[in-house]
Structure formats: C-alpha cells, structure tokens
Design a protein around this ligand. Structure first.
Ligand code: PLP
Length: 376
C-alpha cells in the first residue's frame, strides 16, 4: 500500500517569526547587557518615540503587558475624575479575557455587547440598547486585526460622549479611514505578547494617547504612583517596559509593515482560493485595512472540520471558544442577552496565519480545506 507523505502545518511558529530578526536581536540584546541599564533607559525612550510616530499619537508609555495597559488607562481616568468607580464600560462579549478583566480589576462594571455576525467585532447597531445611566466609556476591541470602528459606532460615541479606550492588542498597523487603530479613541492599550503582530520576546505592552494629562498620570501610576523617587502621591503599581523588550521591539518595529503585508498576501490567497460551500470566509469592513492577526473562518460543522484538518496535519485554534458571559469568573454577568456570541463560537475556526508561512503551506491548507465534506 502506498502511504502519502503527511504534511504538517503549524498554527504559528514563533521561532520562525523571530528567526529573520535574529542577527539584529542578538546585537540589540548584547548592547542592553553592556549598557548596564535595564529599566526605563535609552531603549525604552527610543521605542516610546518610535511607536508614537508609528501610531500617530502624541504619547506612548511602555508598560509590562497589555492587561496592565488597559488597567492603567482606566485607573488614570479615575484619578483624573473622568471615570468613577461603578461606572459601566461597554465591551464586546467575544474577546480575550483581559479586556473584561481590566474593567473589573479597576472596580468598574463591564457591559457585554454581542458581536456582529459579519465582522465579529462589537455590534455597533446594538450598542445603544445596552447603554445605562452610568455608562461613561466603551472599549472597542479590534478583534483578529480588523478595526472595530464604523460610522454607526462613531455616531454612538459622539451622541453619548463616551470615553473610548481601544483594546488594540491584535491590530497594530491596522487602519480605519487612513488612521491607525490605537489613535482613533482617547487612549489605547497595546500588547506585545510574543504571538501578537508586533511581538516581544516576553511580556510587554504600551499605553498610547494624545492626552497629555492621561499620559502623565499613567506614567506615574505604572511606576509605583511616584513621579519623584520615594514620594508616592497616587496608589500605583509596578508595570514598566524593560530595556531588553524595548530593544527587541525597536528591532521588530522596523519590520511590522512588511510582516503585516505578508499576512495580507496569505489572507488574499485564502480568500481567493478557498472554495467550499460549507465554509464562510471573513469579510473586510469598508474603510478598514485588516492586519490579519488571525484568519477566522466559519463552518456549521466546525468540530468535524477541525478534526479533519488535524488528521491531515493542519493545526487550527478557536478564538475564543467561550464567551465572556459564559466564563465562571464572570457568572454574575450571565443574565445579559448574548446568544449571538455562543452561536458564533460554535462555528469559528482560526486557520494557520503568520508572516513566515511558506507558499506551499498556504496551498496545502487551501487544498485540504477544499476537499472537506461533513460526514453527518
Ligand atoms: C493579548 C490580548 C490582551 C492582553 O495582552 P497581554 O499582553 O497578554 O496582557 C488584551 N486584549 C486582547 C484582545 C488580546 O488579544
């Protein structure tokens, strides 16, 4: 019997992603070791400048991770009197836990809004129905790399004068009406977790804003609430970007546009060549440039599809398998109407996607998917 050679396509190889930067990364790391400076030195200052320019915002504060970035923005607005404890913040039900956790950890109430069936981002036409008297802010998540903004969302924000805290963990480099995500609202939290489009070699994050008051207070809060050493005017905590990660990010920021371009080429190949009546492809919203952090398809026989792909060597994942309203930790948020999220979660599947996927890997994924047929 002839046995076919089984191909293996990994969901993501971080080793390969970083390989192309290896020489520059090692040089950058060695220069940090030799500098003797490890927290908030030259590399961090340089990265904060470079990244502010890249996003098109006035200020960047390097912090420990994406969750802390979101927490620091909320805490900053509380100190400035623009948010109050017990205010509620609109946030999509289909997101990574950090968005909702940040709101709760700072003593505010998340209001979970279902996603759009077509974009998977917060359903802007439903938002108004969820606004309560104490709703003062919204946290749009640019999920999978596509901006969550659209005309309806912009109108709701304006009408209700909401503070906009963007969760831009997944969409560094994405554009809405020619502006980068992260510069659309009042402030944005960014994650440089290794698997993100701009990934460090460990945990790292940033707060981005053009509001000088917020920038100042976030910098203080992230450094033990202290502006002058050993004088503590605010209850802060410790969440700083370190020099090693800043040096890594300075190297990798130079390649982010090329990496995103590569993701886009792969996405186009998927979109043009996946032809299977059981599969629904992602759509790109008007006025948006998608950076394809994830390529998410939809299939009413998702479990069978995932099994079939696994058997044929193609690794897939689900982002995210459980709605925030169905998480044990948020069981008190359960009573909100979020059926749309659960339905969607039963059908979504993320295909392999990264700037270093080889052409023959992309072709193999496409061929394999095109041959899929549900067995029941
Ligand atoms: C990754 C991620 C975060 C959190 O980032 P960390 O750096 O892991 O804390 C927040 N929100 C979303 C949508 C994310 O994907």
């Amino acid at each position: 019997m002839k046995t076919e050679i089984q191909r293996q396509v990994k969901f993501l190889s971080l080793k390969k992603v970083n390989n192309k930067y290896e020489k520059d990364l090692l040089e950058a790391l060695s220069s940090v070791v030799n500098s003797g400076y490890f927290i908030r030195g030259k590399q961090t200052i340089l990265f904060e400048e470079n990244f502010a320019k890249y996003i098109g915002s006035k200020y960047v504060i390097g912090v420990g991770n994406g969750l802390d970035a979101l927490r620091l923005i909320i805490r900053g607005y509380i100190v400035l009197g623009k948010l109050q404890k017990n205010d509620s913040i609109l946030v999509p039900n289909n997101t990574f836990v950090a968005s909702v956790l940040a709101i709760r950890e700072e003593g505010l109430q998340p209001i979970l809004v279902p996603p759009s069936e077509t974009t998977y981002n917060i359903e802007s036409s439903k938002i108004e129905a969820y606004i309560q008297d104490n709703t003062t802010a919204i946290m749009p998540v640019h999920l999978y790399g596509m901006p969550a903004y659209n005309d309806v969302l912009e109108k709701v924000i304006k009408k209700h004068q909401l503070i906009v805290i963007e969760d831009n963990a997944q969409a560094v480099g994405a554009l809405y009406k020619s502006k980068k995500t992260g510069s659309l609202g009042h402030a944005a939290g960014i994650s440089f977790y290794p698997s993100k489009n701009l990934g460090a070699l460990g945990d790292a994050g940033a707060v981005v804003t053009s509001d000088s008051d917020l920038a100042r207070i976030v910098r203080i809060l992230s450094n033990y609430g202290s502006e002058k050493k050993y004088y503590h005017d605010y209850q802060g905590f410790n969440s700083r970007l370190d020099e090693i990660q800043a040096a890594v990010l300075n190297v990798k920021l130079k390649g982010i546009d090329a990496d995103n371009q590569q993701r886009s080429i792969i996405a186009q190949q998927y979109i043009y060549n996946i032809k299977n009546p059981y599969i629904k492809l992602p759509c790109i919203q008007d006025n948006c440039t998608h950076v394809w952090h994830l390529f998410v398809i939809r299939c009413s026989h998702k479990d069978q599809l995932q099994q079939y792909l696994m058997k044929n060597g193609v690794e897939t994942q689900i982002h995210y398998p459980i709605a925030m309203s169905n998480q044990t930790v948020f069981s008190d948020l359960k009573d909100q109407h979020c059926e749309a999220t659960s339905k969607m979660q039963n059908e979504i599947l993320s295909l392999p996607m990264s700037p270093v996927m080889e052409d023959d890997e992309v072709k193999y994924v496409i061929q394999t998917i095109n041959k899929f047929e549900p067995w029941i």
